[in-house]
Design a protein around this ligand. Structure first.
Ligand code: NAD
Ligand code: UDP
Length: 361
């Protein structure tokens, strides 16, 4: 089976390519390298000992996408490509809506014209807003989303669901990630943010290697046991494995050749027929929440170093507590996150210290 991975040169995409190749899939990556480096894909091939195809193109370039689908018969798409900086999206809403939404519309239109109707989409826990319940199940109502970036996720979930309503042959897998951190155990691929990191663990890692002086903790007067915000941190390799499981579930739902004819003869049950297309939603998290101070302490213990920090005012838009109920993915995908917070911190540091300038060398 050949999988198109959009945004495959990026952080989560590159780790997912490793797991896809390991599971025996063929992989085609499309990426415009707006927030990544082709070196990540070279290293994916080095780690796995397997080849993949890379097409440098923008999702907004329909002609390039069309040519890609002609050249490479694709069975399903895992769609990571998008801009993801929450703060930047507030200042550049047009760029975010255009890139993330128009890019996805172009992708789906080209998929449709080539008869490819299976897509796994990178959504986010941000769609829950300030969550109505903790832990957050998939049934938790979507909340008020706090940024244009987050709103692109909410809107794209709806657009993809509408696509399935219009043509029930579409298979739409919506994966809501919690907080991915960590890196591949080899230390060869990891998160390589451009400029000063916005996210906690990349910032901590740059403090750890001396690139930044000290961490600022945004707020210590939240209604949590230590006053700092609580999140559900998940190892990026667990997240990548979750994609392979979700893809397997989705593609397993495609009836085998002849199954539809059998169903007409009454050969298979209603549930099998319903499984031809569908919309699935899964949280990908660990089900455990850790505070900012927990993360710092785990990072210090795992790597035997000190992380200097100071308290700063709250950051606009942060919700106090956000962690998943991960039981649906466990029960239906047979997937559970296995890495501990210390594993995540150890692997982040290994990547950062071996590649202090990221893929630049
Ligand atoms: P990333 O920036 O490392 O990867 C995204 C990739 O998409 C980059 O390689 C970038 O060059 C590419 N890209 C962007 N726009 C493109 C376009 N128009 N055409 C072609 N390529 C394009 O980000 P990531 O952390 O790997 O995130 C992957 C996906 O998961 C994103 O959709 C992101 O919004 C989502 N997500 C990430 C997190 C997180 O914390 N990292 C959390 C929830 C959801
Ligand atoms: N955070 C922090 N200092 C930083 C970056 C993040 O205190 O330099 C906090 C942030 O306020 C939040 C948590 O760390 O409570 C996780 O933030 P991140 O941006 O990594 O992920 P988010 O949950 O916002 O997507």
């Amino acid at each position: 089976m050949r999988i198109l991975v959009t945004g495959g040169a990026g952080y989560i995409g590159s780790h997912t390519c490793v797991e896809l190749l390991g599971a025996g899939y063929r992989v085609v990556v499309v990426d415009n390298l707006a927030n990544s480096n082709e070196e990540s894909l070279r290293r994916v091939q080095e780690i796995t000992g397997k080849g993949l195809t890379f097409v440098k193109a923008d999702l907004l370039d329909r002609a390039a996408l069309d040519a890609l689908f002609y050249e490479h018969p694709i069975d399903a798409v895992i769609h990571f490509a998008g801009l993801k900086a929450v703060g930047e999206s507030v200042y550049k809403p047009l760029e975010y809506y255009h890139n993330n939404i128009t890019g996805t519309l172009a992708l789906c239109d080209v998929m449709r014209s080539h008869g490819v109707k299976s897509i796994v989409f990178s959504s986010s826990a941000t769609v829950y807003g300030d969550p109505a319940q903790i832990p957050i199940t998939e049934g938790c109502p979507k909340g008020e989303i706090m940024s244009p970036y987050g709103r692109t996720k909410g809107m794209l979930e709806q657009i993809l669901t509408d696509l399935h309503t219009a043509d029930p042959g579409w298979q739409v897998m919506l994966l809501r990630y919690f907080n991915p951190i960590g890196a591949h155990i080899s230390g060869r691929i990891g998160e390589d943010p451009k400029g000063i990191p916005n996210n906690l663990v990349p910032y901590v890692s740059q403090v750890a290697v001396g690139k930044l002086e000290k961490l600022g903790i945004f707020g210590h007067d939240y209604p949590t046991p230590d006053g700092t915000c609580i999140r559900d941190y998940i190892h990026v390799v667990d997240l990548a494995v979750g994609h392979v499981k979700a893809l397997g579930k989705m593609m397993g739902a495609v009836p085998k050749a002849g199954a539809v004819a059998d169903s007409i003869k009454g050969g298979i049950g209603t549930s099998d027929r319903d499984a031809v297309g569908g919309v699935w939603v899964y949280n990908l998290g660990t089900g455990v929440g850790y505070s900012v101070l927990d993360v710092i302490h785990a990072y210090e213990t795992a790597n035997n170093i000190k992380i200097p920090y100071e308290f700063k005012p709250r950051r606009a838009g942060d919700v106090p507590v956000c962690y998943s109920d991960a039981t649906k993915a466990r029960d239906e995908l047979g997937w559970v996150a296995t890495h501990t917070l210390e594993d995540m911190c150890r692997d982040s540091y290994r990547w950062q210290s071996a590649n202090p300038r990221g893929y630049e060398g």
